[in-house]
Design a protein around this ligand. Structure first.
Ligand code: URA
Length: 237
């Protein structure tokens, strides 16, 4: 791993501002390999050196990958002046600067949301070219027909003329359906069902790629993803 400035390491890994990190380093709250370092521009390799902040050893992670069971009523954003965001729900030990939700779920949509500070990871997950399918369960105000499934599979054209990529639609009993899409246009699923005159009463994302919303993750909770869960995202479901 490349060396980084000590103030950057402390601020990103302990979730404090750069200004506070500099102040704390200057007053001797940081040690590197057992020695107090007061120069906040000091270069250290956070994976090789033992860095301690106020006696707490750093367990370096370049990026953080979280899974949240998004509840209704919160917005998929990092920051908002007046409304609660999904990042506001991330508990303190998992907080760090730069976290953002990967893609947007509508305010009234629930379920699986990935939150990270890794822009490249988010890009690969969202790029339609990578064809990572996102699976949703929808409660509708009418029945899904065979013809609708075919229209979705062929690529439906939205009311504004946008042509969607192929989508998999599967009826799941009376007025319920599973739908898989690999792109994330604004209100996409609601607009797709709108074309076939069905309203969406409830929408929940249950999987991203081959990774399913963990059953024991309660609404509003989040936790770190394991490496195998991250790999599952990039495999077909
Ligand atoms: N499609 C929608 O219409 N809403 C969502 O939240 C996600 C996909």
């Amino acid at each position: 791993m490349n060396k980084q400035r000590l103030d950057k390491i402390i601020s990103t890994q302990f979730n404090i501002s750069r200004k506070d990190a500099r102040r704390d380093i200057k007053i001797g709250k940081v040690t590197v390999d057992g020695k107090t370092v007061k120069d906040f521009g000091f270069q250290a390799d956070p994976e090789a050196a033992l860095i301690e902040y106020m006696g707490q050893a750093l367990c370096y992670k370049e990026h953080l990958y979280l899974v949240m069971n998004k509840p209704k009523g919160v917005i998929s954003a990092s920051l908002d002046k007046s409304r609660e965001t999904v990042v506001d729900l991330v508990p303190e030990p998992l907080r760090r600067q730069g976290l953002f939700p990967v893609g947007r779920l509508d305010r009234d949509t629930t379920g699986l949301l990935i939150i990270t500070d890794d822009g490249d990871f988010a890009h690969s997950l969202l790029s339609p070219k990578k064809e990572i399918f996102k699976t949703y369960e929808a409660e509708l105000d009418g029945k899904v027909t065979e013809e609708m499934c075919k229209i979705f599979a062929d690529g439906i054209t939205l009311a504004d003329g946008t042509l969607c990529r192929k989508a998999e639609l599967k009826p799941m009993g009376e007025c319920k359906a599973e739908i898989k899409i690999c792109e994330g246009r604004y209100h996409q699923i609601k607009r797709m069902f709108g074309v076939v005159n069905l309203g969406v009463n409830e929408l929940k994302r249950v999987a991203v790629g081959g990774f399913f919303l963990p059953e024991n993750l309660k609404s509003g909770e989040c936790r770190e993803l394991t490496n195998s869960e991250i790999n599952a995202i990039f495999t077909d479901c």
